[in-house]
Design a protein around this ligand. Sequence first.
Ligand code: AMP
Ligand code: MG
Length: 424
Amino acid sequence: MSTPMPRAPMLATAEALATLLSAASPIAGTESIPTLDALNRVLAADVTSPLDVPPMNTSSMDGYAIRTADLTVRDYSRLPVSQRIPAGHAPEPLKPGTAARIFTGATVPPGADAIVMQEQTEAADTDVVILHSPEPGEWITAQGADIRSGSVILPAGTRLTPQALGLAASVGCAELAVRRRVKVAVFFTGDELTMPGEPLKPGAIYNSNRFTLRGLLEKLGCEVTDYGIVADKLDATRATLREAAEAHDLILTCGGVSVGEEDHVKPAVEAEGRLAMWQIAMKPGKPLAFGAVRRAARRGETAAAPDSASAETFFIGLPGNPVSSFATFLLFVRPFILSLAGVQAVAPRALSLRADFTQSKADRRNEFLRARINPAGGLDLFPNQSSAVLTSTVWGDGLIDNPPNHAISAGETVRFIPFSELLN
Ligand code: AMP
Ligand code: MG
């Protein structure tokens, strides 16, 4: 009779993430690129506005610019119209006792302190009758009300969204200083793996993870080198690691990190660098390997090296089960890569939502359950939470982060991380 092996202590998800992130500092290397081409890139320096926005006092209505002190009759003052100010034209100072016809976005003339919208006026020959008594400042957008000259409008570490590009352009930035893209090499192991388009032999499966992981890396803005399936042989795996280490910031592999696995990734990384095999108390996705692969001596040639200051390239080995590799990528690899990319805010924002289901069995691990938001605003659970069931990841809108040893009762509020937070 054999005695069962004692289980190795498992790392909590938060602990594993903290260890990963403490190793990740932003890559060196920045470039200046046209603002029009900077979508999804990460700012390497603060963007400071060289001007006030708006650059002058502007009217936010079509109407008449007046001086409130000139309105002597409450809600009925007749004033001659002394000038007409379309947007894009410089006005004359407002003559005392007159009104200026003005349009949205046009410069408020010096001397005027309010705009009366045209719906509250009546034209009378060359005069206008003002049927309203405005407060000083009414319908005027003050110079610098949105942005003050010299203020930081986008801090370093911002990932550039379309609206961030618009904001940068609104203060006249034609170019932006960004970090270079993170370079990631990826390869897959497993003699059972077949590419779609090839016949599926008995016992074989399609290499679906290649498609998922490539997509995830590309969405993060990485420069990806995909080595495809590497033969499950020590020499081949070591050679791929050595080659990939030279020109990348991170080597990502998939498969063969389970305990007791007959696989060459683990000994190959140990031979070419260093490796820690983690058992994370999470479901799906328990195993994760984290380490580094040494870079060869430069021999005076640095062109290929992405970061010549670094003597090694990070290594992360993901589990092979499709949902496990997807979930571990989202929870660990994504924030790690964003940290390398110099992004400041890497944690996904979660929602507190009502569970519209019951899960009576508590798991001792931190579960990440595939769920979706129903029309009532609560969460439905995908019925099959197996780590091999990729269907759940397409059906779902995100992951419920269910703490260890916790059963879920219907009506309870749970922590839900939407895929929209995890997939960009
Ligand atoms: P492993 O982590 O290598 O033990 O693999 C666990 C499970 O995931 C096995 O059923 C593998 O066949 C499957 N698997 C491994 N790699 C892939 C992949 N690239 N695409 C789809 N399934 C995979
Ligand atoms: Mg395998």
